[in-house]
Design a protein around this ligand. Structure first.
Ligand code: PMP
Length: 407
């Protein structure tokens, strides 16, 4: 069809775990929104780090410290390029999206949010982009406001326009909903925020593995993601923050690495990003994340996006018409996620039945209770696709759901 060749079977050979058998059947990994599997490129990079480079980073007289520091800072540069940021100083390594949002709430938020101010999130948010803002609002006497979604699960831009005012200090929205798969028009929302003088945070936990992300094109002031959802290790992620904002932010945690000078009377802090990286960081996994992003780059994120788009359409067209299936999240622009309930059957039981056929999906509230309740639900079944999934796997999944629907 004119697209550059994408060989899913070649790609699958890069992911050893996809050879696993579960309950006697070849594993189908449809739990990519919870975490993704890791390619050999990442496993080998971690192995290489611990065999040949392992050391704490920064000041030391020895060679391994220089190797580890170089590898860590090279990974920071890889994250910068992946997000389209203008400087590696705008990239802070954190544990993941959750820690990133908490860091922003505790530093930028503590300094800039006050009594009567408003924080705006969308109804689609993961708890990680609700709870830290709720905590901050309660402490500061600020208000947390919510942009509602329509029946398709898409954010209503008119409502965003109506809710953003001179009192709004920050608008924090997800780029892709982990519960429904909705792709949110974040650039438009960021523009609305900026016009009102607010800053904008985009939660990229579910977007970076499925589409080209360019923080400058989006216009985001802050952007966060987790490495483990983009084929990298757990325990590592990144915050992008615009330099002017980071320069003006107080530190969060205090300790080693983040200081320029310490006496018992006062501490002079490092400039960003080191000001926000107290203590020994997750050096090896940052390096592993760099390898994951390099791997994605070699496949090509546009190639990935096109393949997944077709796979999601294929799955949707088979799932939606099954009698008793109610698909939640039918926005025109979606990525990866199929969220549904099956009449007369608990989501946990659907998940268990799929697992007995080797098919891993998540069932539950997906850490996004408010959006499920918007649709009158406490839980859904949530298969979520990645570029190493196939039409054959979708067929296996659909045949189980058809059987359950008939029962
Ligand atoms: N935001 C979204 C949209 C997510 O899907 C997730 C993870 N499910 C998070 C934030 C939190 O990511 P983590 O648990 O890796 O910190």
């Amino acid at each position: 069809s004119g697209h550059p060749a994408f060989d899913v079977h070649a790609v699958r050979r890069d992911f050893p775990i996809l050879q696993e058998r579960v309950n006697g059947r070849p594993l189908v990994w449809f739990d990519n929104a919870a975490t993704t599997q890791k390619p050999l490129a990442v496993l080998n990079r971690l192995d290489h780090f611990y065999r040949h480079e392992n050391s704490n980073i920064h000041r030391a007289a020895h060679d391994l410290a220089a190797r580890a520091t170089d590898a860590y800072e090279k990974a920071r540069e890889t994250v910068r390029a992946f997000l389209g940021a203008s400087s590696a100083d705008e990239i802070i390594f954190v544990r993941g999206a959750t820690e990133g949002i908490n860091l922003i709430a505790r530093t930028w938020g503590t300094k800039n949010i006050g009594d009567g101010d408003e924080i705006l999130v969308s109804q689609l948010e993961h708890h990680a982009n609700i709870v830290p803002w709720q905590q901050l609002a309660q402490e500061k006497g600020a208000r947390l406001k919510v942009i509602p979604v329509d029946d398709s699960g898409q954010v209503i831009l008119e409502e965003a326009r109506r809710l953003i005012s001179a009192r709004t200090k920050i608008v924090a929205v997800t780029q892709v909903s982990n519960a429904l798969g909705t792709v949110v028009p974040v650039a438009e929302i960021v523009e609305l925020a900026h016009r009102a003088g607010a800053v904008a945070l985009v939660d990229g936990a579910q977007s970076v593995s499925h589409m080209r992300v360019d923080v400058q094109a989006i216009g985001a002031d802050f952007f966060v993601f987790s490495g483990h959802k983009v084929f990298g290790p757990t325990g590592i992620g990144a915050v992008f923050g615009r330099k002017a904002l980071l320069d003006d932010m107080p530190p969060w945690q205090g300790g080693g690495n983040m200081i320029a000078d310490v006496t018992f009377e006062r501490t002079v802090f490092q400039p960003p990003p080191h000001r926000f990286e107290a203590g020994t960081g997750n050096i090896a996994d940052a390096v592993g994340l760099g390898a994951a992003l390099d791997y994605v780059d070699r496949i090509g994120i546009e190639t990935i996006a096109r393949y997944e788009h077709d796979l999601l359409a294929y799955a949707t067209h088979q799932l939606a018409p099954i009698k008793g299936v109610r698909l939640i999240g039918t926005a025109r622009d979606k990525a990866s996620v199929l969220s549904f309930v099956l009449e007369g059957m608990k989501p946990e039981d659907v998940g268990r039945a799929l697992n007995s056929e080797g098919i891993a999906v998540r069932s539950g509230h997906h850490c996004a209770q408010p959006i499920l309740r918007r649709f009158g639900l406490e839980a859904t079944v949530r298969p979520s696709l990645a570029f190493y999934n196939t039409c054959d796997e979708v067929d296996r999944f659909i045949s189980v759901v058809r059987r359950l629907a008939r029962a």
